[in-house]
Design a binder for this molecule. Sequence first.
Ligand code: DX5
Ligand code: ZN
Length: 230
Amino acid sequence: MSVQIAPSILSADFAALGAAVAAVERGGADLIHVDVMDGHFVPNITIGPPVVRSLKRVAGRPLDVHLMIAQPDRYIEAFAQAGAAMISVHVEVLPHLHRTIHAIKALGVKAGVVLNPSTPVTALEQIAGDVDFVLVMSVNPGFGGQTFIARSTRKVAEVRAALDAAGNLDAPIEVDGGIDAGTAPQVVAAGARILVAGNAIFGSPDAERATRELRALANAALPVAAAPGR
Ligand code: DX5
Ligand code: ZN
């Protein structure tokens, strides 16, 4: 198993998203991370299904859609139809999380749950066996370019233990927020297998190269037994 890199287009030039996607795909991006914000759950507003549909036409990699919105149930179908391969929803806004996760799966889309930095791992307890992946926020969602919250590394290990305890050994942990050359190896060592990076990739002068370098660094941090080719 190798670590997957999911560049977040939040930090790309929104007038040139096609070029941004092409650059990171040349650099070996495994997924394209799409941050959807509604100005309610988080203080920022970004994009909706029409942009996902346009990205789907140009992207050669699966679209990983992170819904930072107050009412995800209303929009899941639209994002699935627009071409999302993965949809993640925040546990903080969903009283019927089990229903939502199974609704995403019924659309043929991989379903993930997201934990904000202050949300305890115990929030996962009754859903850990149902999810396709878990996204651990390592910043408070809403903006790119924030500083990684150090405690997140330990939280990744705790989430891994919760998934394993539920028998969900294959569900990967994704980490989002402040991932760069310094933090990527730590979270991989703790069990993360999908790394989102916005500023570290699109804030660099060469997004293709930044993707390639982050991927190599992340894979080098894998425990020997999990390294690619073994
Ligand atoms: C934060 C978003 C992230 C963000 C990460 O609310 O969910 O995906 O783009 O950006 P960086 O890597 O710059 O912290
Ligand atoms: Zn995100």
